[in-house]
Design a protein around this ligand. Structure first.
Ligand SMILES: [Zn+2]
Length: 324
């Protein structure tokens, strides 16, 4: 039979490992329950290490399966895509001819826009692949079924869902070309290491005049930032742990719009320094390092400057709207 003290002690031990042991030894030196204490401690330690092991295995399996899916997609053949008669840089799967025609019309201007606004030519021929079904699109762009387009391993794919919103095509093509341009010049892996999602997406939305962030206006984004719901710019990227919209509890369009506003702030603050920033990334530097050498100050300082400007502008807008 266990005494009341032993029962209380057993319960408390489960919630408070090593520190409680020391206290019980001091308080009840004659209790003679060291084995019980040791067992409880061992259980806690086992639980701890098992939890860590489970997290590590789940993380490994997740990143491994994602890695396998990306590797398969990156090497998947596109030989069945047919070049469009009007624009040979656009290739389509049989069944997606109408969308391919709209893309062919938009492509030349989109290419000019990117080369002008990202200050350099494409370093390899441009190819745009128009998919006929969502399944096909997802096979080339794993995990991006709801996206309008994606660039993977220097190949640009467009989703058939754009057929329903042809007016978005010029902006989306320009947005995806921004990614293709950087991937061609920097290399897919190096780009992900050097430039975090906020920079890549912000630049793409910025140069495409809102492509990919259409459902969130600058006013919406400003209100969100002023209320404290915003991303925080990382200085470098990562291959497996990219900080995207969910990491900041933002919708994708909100994350894209806020990122674009900050990239635009970097550009309008001083365009020559912005050019130097892109030149640094072009040579493989991280956004943080390139920003420091281009602007002569830390990215965090410029971010604080941006936040202060947005907050002031939002306060002014609220004052003007307030009833008098
Ligand atoms: Zn994008």
């Amino acid at each position: 039979m266990t005494t009341v003290i032993e029962r209380q002690y057993r319960l408390r031990t489960l919630f408070d490992g090593q520190s409680l042991i020391a206290r019980m030894h001091a308080k009840y030196p004659l209790l003679g329950c060291e084995p019980l204490v040791e067992n409880a401690t061992m259980k806690l330690h086992k639980k701890y290490w098992w939890s860590i092991a489970v997290v590590v295995v789940i993380g490994w399996a997740f990143s491994h399966s994602r890695l396998v899916a990306l590797a398969c997609a990156a090497s998947k053949s596109t030989s069945h895509f047919v070049p469009d008669g009007r624009e040979s840089r656009v290739l389509y799967e049989p069944g997606s001819e109408p969308l391919a025609r709209v893309v062919s019309v938009a492509l030349p201007q989109a290419v000019r826009t990117i080369e002008e606004q990202q200050y350099r030519p494409f370093s390899a021929p441009v190819r745009v692949y128009v998919c006929a079904t969502l399944d096909s699109f997802e096979a080339y762009c794993p995990g991006a079924r709801s996206a309008a387009g994606c660039v993977i391993n220097k190949r640009l794919f467009l989703s058939p869902k754009l057929e329903a919103t042809p007016e978005r095509v010029p902006r989306i093509v320009t947005h995806e070309l921004s990614h293709l341009h950087l991937q061609q010049r920097v290399g897919a892996i190096q780009l992900h290491l050097a430039a975090p999602p906020w920079f890549q997406e912000g630049l793409a939305v910025c140069v495409s005049e809102g492509g990919g962030a259409e459902s969130v206006s600058e006013d919406d984004a400003r209100r969100s930032i002023a209320a404290g719901a915003h991303f925080v710019p990382e200085k470098s990227g990562s291959l497996f742990f990219q900080q995207e919209a969910p990491a900041y509890r933002l919708s994708h369009h909100m994350f894209y719009r806020q990122s674009a506003m900050f990239v635009d702030y970097l550009r309008t603050r001083d365009e020559r320094q912005f050019q130097a920033l892109l030149a640094g990334i072009d040579s493989g530097q991280t956004v943080g390092n390139s920003c420091a050498s281009a602007y002569g100050c830390n990215l965090d300082d410029i971010w604080r400057e941006f936040l202060a400007g947005v907050t002031t502008k939002e306060a002014d807008a609220e004052t003007q709207l307030a009833p008098r």
